[in-house]
Design a protein around this ligand. Sequence first.
Ligand code: NAD
Ligand code: WQD
Length: 330
Amino acid sequence: MILVTGGAGYIGSHTCVELINAGHKVVIVDNFCNSDPSVVESIRDITGKDVVCVDADVRDKDKLLSVFKDYDISAVVHFAGHKAVGESVSKPLSYYQNNLDSTLTLCEVMDMQGVRTLIFSSSATVYDPSNDMPLVESATLGCTNPYGWTKLMNEQILRDLATANESWSIVSLRYFNPIGAHESGKIGERPSGIPNNLMPYITQVAAGVRDKLHVFGNDYPTADGTGVRDYIHVVDLAQGHVRALEYAQESRGAQSINLGSGTGCSVLQIIHAFEQATGITIPYVIDPRRPGDIAVCFADTSKAKQLLNWQTQLDINQMCEDAWRFESQS
Ligand code: NAD
Ligand code: WQD
């Protein structure tokens, strides 16, 4: 069985579906601090298979140990953590506490139980903003906020662990900008409060929850002046985890691998793609740049192609259609 921490969350739930579709059995550990237990039922609905879910904090060592004793776990995909960049600036201790302690406790318990295959959710935010594009895994690392540092520190801890004991096999996946939802419309991204990220904001404008989108800057050195990012369909991303797991089961050591589409798309291109895919007009205004944003960010994806035999299949149109289906059905 595969243990999926944070499996009720946005990326975790899609990954559970793809793991089950690939024939794996899944146990979720989630404390629902940023998700709803009903997501587990949706995973069962989509796959037609049972999913075990334990309501627990990954930092609770005794409870985690009991999960390893109750189920025959062979590998772990570790999503559990806090993820809001802005909140991490105002609540650094909470971010360092949750994101580091969860990994330390998890790895300690895994080691005790002799389970040493781990896929970790990292982020493109570990790259220093001064790098040239596209970002290769060997680019300079460095962060601008506590959330990013927790990812970089986690990667370092995992590298050190693999150096200390060569039976560990660890893949840190550096995600670019995951958007979209499962084609069923039953699972997707459900941010609490005002969305920080572009696509959830757009879908809420389309649904009439917000009156207009604020485009953060149109004076960047890009083709249309708005920020360019590497958007990746969450189902492609989820399938990347299945491949990474298969790779990790066959290898040893620690690797960091980008998961992105390899191409950049501007804010205006996303707005227009969404309008085309859904037939809904998105009113927007141009606001000043958002502090901390960079002009362009996209991945070099050759390492994922080479090691995982994986690349994205789903385009921006599909990402917009699926994001809207989820928003409009919920
Ligand atoms: P999410 O908040 O939807 O999912 C995280 C899940 O972990 C939630 O269900 C939450 O309840 C759970 N959780 C958090 N702390 C926990 C703890 N201590 N014990 C048990 N459960 C806990 O976030 P997501 O977007 O699905 O992201 C998943 C992972 O991917 C995170 O580690 C995030 O930092 C990383 N990531 C996300 C993005 C993105 O844009 N969404 C980009 C790069 C990396
Ligand atoms: C995308 C583009 C904005 C909202 C963040 C994290 C990163 C990773 C993914 C976790 C930018 C513009 C946005 C809005 C806008 N998460 N924008 N109006 O900032 O690339 O990445 O999420 O690891 O760490 O920083 O994603 O979706 O916030 O922004 O104009 O209301 O959309 O300026 O150009 P970002 P985003």
